[in-house]
Design a binder for this molecule. Structure first.
Ligand code: HEC
Length: 207
């Protein structure tokens, strides 16, 4: 029994309509991909946009590049003789007893009248000097058996030293005491000198 107008073969031979659509979609996708790739190829001669060309192509010479404009042909120049770097003051003294004495006469402590100088100098003293010279400058720091006998600041010799001479001792060292110039900036050496003077003027140091 069949319905009028319908044949059995109609049901069997009907084409799979879903499969047909997916073939269609994938070829469309392939065409699209091709179009994009081909489009990209077409623009290959055009380079990307440069937003900061003056940074990409520096107008300045590189530090170590040869330079036709300078006398010695180098870009990086050494400072002119006698140049003083910022934050540094020249010290026209050598490591001799005569210059130590002269520094004491000629140099004056820029921090002498700054109220907080003693406190700051104290902190630096604890860091750099106390280990040998002791908390009160009596020459009895914890390391003393190994580094023999730093003098007490209350000794006649050290008491007679003006701030400039203390500065010279810290800068160049003295006898077995090493130089502290590379570890303590000049300004801190002056602050320490301020503090050392307070150790010398305490009543029990004056005997
Ligand atoms: C490593 C140990 C050591 C440290 C740290 C040290 N000193 Fe000395 N200091 C000595 C010794 C040792 C002497 C005695 C040097 C000599 O006569 O051979 C000395 C001597 C001195 C003298 C007398 C110099 C002279 O000409 O008679 C002064 C002033 C002095 N030190 C200040 C300082 C100050 C300020 C500091 C901190 C910045 C300091 N020292 C750090 C070991 C040290």
């Amino acid at each position: 029994m069949t319905t009028p107008g319908m044949r059995v073969t109609d049901l069997r031979l009907k084409p799979p309509s879903d499969a047909g659509r997916s073939v269609c979609e994938s070829s469309l996708l392939a065409v699209l991909v091709l179009a994009i790739v081909a489009g990209g190829c077409g623009q290959s001669a055009e380079r990307g946009r440069e937003y900061t060309p003056d940074m990409t192509y520096s107008v300045a010479y590189d530090s170590f590049a040869p330079n036709p404009a300078t006398r010695n042909g180098m870009t990086l120049q050494t400072p002119v003789r006698g140049t003083i770097p910022r934050g540094f003051l020249p010290l026209h003294y050598t490591n001799t007893a005569a210059d130590a004495e002269r520094a004491g006469r000629e140099l004056s402590n820029p921090y002498a009248h700054v109220p907080s100088a003693v406190e700051q100098g104290h902190r630096q003293y604890e860091t750099f000097c106390q280990v040998c010279h002791g908390a009160r400058g009596d020459g009895d720091g914890p390391i003393v058996p190994l580094i023999p006998n730093p003098p007490a600041y209350s000794s006649e010799r050290v008491r007679a030293m003006p701030a400039g001479r203390l500065f010279h001792v810290m800068t160049y060292g003295s006898g077995r005491m090493p130089s502290y110039a590379s570890q303590i900036p000049a300004s801190d050496r002056w602050l320490i000198a301020t503090f050392v003077h307070t150790l010398q003027t305490r009543p029990e140091a004056a005997q």
